[in-house]
Design a protein around this ligand. Structure first.
Ligand code: PBG
Length: 331
């Protein structure tokens, strides 16, 4: 049969079989692309997080089991977030640089068991602050930039001493990347990397995370340090600063609602780029899937592939272990 139309271009020809589709696929998604964020606490058992079904604050045994499962399916990078007991919180977050605190102890245990595991530790005061802010709060409510950086440097040092491979300042104070780099180098931790939360937006999508850590701000919001969701040029400026200050990798957060920001930073910087599919993004995908409104596996894979396609090298996702299992042919 003769064709009805003369069409010199028929893009569908490159979609006609799985073999061709696989051959021309532009973006890949594998377990090596993930950092798996995990919540830990001092208690022995695991406590499920209400708005994040499938995630829990893990005790030591639960953590080892979960890291083991992730490792088995090829997820070799994790990020740790501590839920700190109220009794250990104070206005300046002193527990954040306790060398025997929950994070340093956990890092040492994990490194003993899996020396090749890449451990990312979060540098910010919110889990340790009685005010629930990432920085020190002045009596008039302002978040003090330079005073906070002194504490962040101590926190990063205690994480590096414990064996953290990557420290990730998520606080959005100005100048913290350079200050942390200097502090690390002065103590000889030249191999410890900095993953900078470069474009971290003041987002409502962090809600479930704050429930998980009981770290919601006691007063005010985070808009004087986290970025305005309306801005993208500002992200370019933050990226230039983090790069100049010695960041090894940049991050955009949240991921899904900010794919344009990922794309712009991908084009502006030669550094590897991470993106954080945050707690609220996870919660949305979970909730709709649990109701049977969406096919969980398909929408999760599509949302993560989109983050990669936008230009992220690495994705922080609460789905990391599950994706590894799916890709390994498990359920
Ligand atoms: C705080 C921090 C937050 C997240 C990671 N680090 C919350 C916040 O800024 O209030 C959110 C992650 C998520 O929602 O999954 N330093």
């Amino acid at each position: 049969m003769k064709s009805r139309l003369f069409l010199p271009e028929r893009p569908r020809r490159n979609r006609k079989s799985a073999a061709i589709r696989d051959a021309v696929r532009e973006t890949s998604l594998g377990p090596e692309h993930f950092i798996y964020p995990l919540f830990i606490h001092e208690d022995a058992g695991d406590v499920p997080i209400g708005a994040m079904p499938g995630c829990a604050r893990l005790g030591p045994e639960g953590l080892l089991a979960e890291v083991g499962r992730a490792w088995e399916v090829g997820v070799r990078m994790i990020a740790l977030f501590p839920a700190v007991a109220d009794g250990l919180k104070d206005p300046t977050g002193r527990e954040s640089f306790n060398d025997d605190g929950l994070i340093p102890r956990t890092v040492r245990t994990l490194k003993d068991r899996w020396p090749e595991l890449m451990i990312v530790t979060d540098v910010a005061l919110d889990p340790y602050s009685s005010e629930g802010h990432d920085g020190i709060v002045a009596p008039d409510g302002r978040i003090l930039n330079d005073e906070t950086i002194e504490v962040l440097c101590k926190q990063a040092l205690s994480q590096a001493r414990a064996g953290a491979d990557v420290v990730a300042p998520s606080d959005m104070m100005d100048g913290r990347v350079g200050a942390i780099r200097t502090a690390l180098d002065e103590e000889g931790h030249t191999e410890v990397s900095i993953l900078a939360y470069t474009a971290k937006y003041a987002s409502a999508f962090y809600g479930p995370f704050r429930e998980a850590l009981d770290s919601a701000p006691r007063g005010g919001d985070k808009k004087t340090y986290q970025m305005d969701p309306a801005n993208v040029r500002e992200a370019v400026r933050e990226a230039a600063l983090d790069e100049a200050e010695g960041a090894d990798m940049l991050m955009v957060k949240p991921a899904g609602p900010y794919l344009d920001v990922i794309r712009v930073l991908r084009e502006q910087s030669a550094l590897p780029l991470a993106a954080y599919q945050v707690s609220g993004e996870y919660a949305m995908l979970k909730a709709a899937s649990e109701r049977g409104w969406l096919d969980e596996r398909k929408v999760v894979m599509e949302s993560l592939l989109s983050i990669r396609r936008a230009g992220a090298d690495v994705i922080l996702s609460y789905y990391a272990r599950q994706v590894g299992a799916w890709l390994a042919g498990e359920s």
